[in-house]
Design a protein around this ligand. Structure first.
Ligand code: ATR
Length: 267
């Protein structure tokens, strides 16, 4: 049976094996997908072993996405823009690196009825998650993408990578006006913190999207909800859609992400 895995450190709580088992069942693909812990200082060696062991593909998660980018033999446009790889296809012993995180975000937004084409979008944060999201958001045809971050120069650097496109960097303190879509890619919610933002960013037409997900609303989504946002979405759909795009990259078959999301919410 073709072998796939998700590798990270830590990895115990990964939902990827469950999600890919559901995709395999749906599409009747005979694959084996497990999770593996690689040593913090030994990712390159671990990857060599997986390739030698005839693995067909893998997902890469924290903290190895940048190392995976450096180790791949070929890279897709999304991986190059993100400077990080979350999906590897192994073909003739060569690693093809892709990044489905930002594509998964856009796929989830669209499947939830959010219109990106012609919209004014605010992306909060300028870490790895924002870097991966910028190109797919721009490719979705937004009118303007404003990227804002606590440490301004990081937002500037991402905007500079997409020079000539509809992206502009702003310091958090200089944000004004309202946005059709506000995406939180910062890790503030993860630490239970909220970001100090002007109320005027949210109107009754605004969709708030937190890349994090939790059982209850995240602090960012609570903030947007209180200010009257039209809808507040968490990152579970992004997780499932990035996995679906990885599955399709490996197997050439698109699974039904929506059906899996429903099962995860119920479970
Ligand atoms: P990831 O790979 O998940 O994007 P990261 O690369 O560590 O993680 O980036 C975390 C992002 O969250 C950064 O943009 C960080 O801002 P700084 O660049 O200023 O550090 C942002 N972040 C984390 N905690 C925050 C907080 N309390 N308020 C605002 N931004 C925060």
């Amino acid at each position: 049976m073709d072998k796939y895995t998700v590798v990270g450190n830590p990895i115990a709580h990964s939902k990827s094996p469950l999600i890919h088992a559901m995709f395999a069942e749906q599409t009747q693909q005979a694959i084996h997908y497990d999770k593996q812990l690689a040593p913090l200082e030994g990712f390159a060696c671990w990857l060599q072993g997986f390739v030698a062991d005839k693995g067909k593909g893998l997902n890469v998660t924290v903290p190895f996405k940048e190392q995976a980018y450096a180790l791949c033999d070929q890279l897709t446009a999304e991986a190059k823009a993100a400077q990080a790889v979350n999906t590897i296809l192994i073909r003739d012993g060569q690693c093809v690196g892709h990044n489905t995180d930002g594509l998964g975000l856009v796929a989830d937004l669209i499947s939830q009825g959010v219109v990106l084409s012609g919209s004014r979008v605010l992306l909060l944060g300028a870490g790895g998650a924002a870097k991966g999201a910028a190109l797919p958001i721009l490719d979705a045809g937004v009118a303007e993408l404003v990227i804002a971050n606590r440490t301004y120069h990081k937002a500037e650097a991402i905007a500079a990578m997409h020079q000539g496109r509809a992206i502009v960097a702003k310091p958090l303190a200089e944000l004004s006006g309202n946005f059709d879509v506000i995406i939180n890619s910062t890790s503030a919610s993860l630490q239970g913190q909220s970001i100090d933002l002007p109320d005027e960013l949210v109107s009754r037409e605004t969709t708030a999207y937190d890349m994090m997900y939790s059982d209850g609303a995240t602090p960012f989504n609570q903030w947007a909800h209180k200010r009257g946002a039209k809808q507040c979405i968490d990152g579970l759909g992004m997780l499932v859609h990035q996995a679906a795009l990885a599955f399709e990259f490996w197997r050439g078959v698109a699974p039904d992400a929506q059906a899996v999301m429903k099962r995860l919410r119920l479970g």
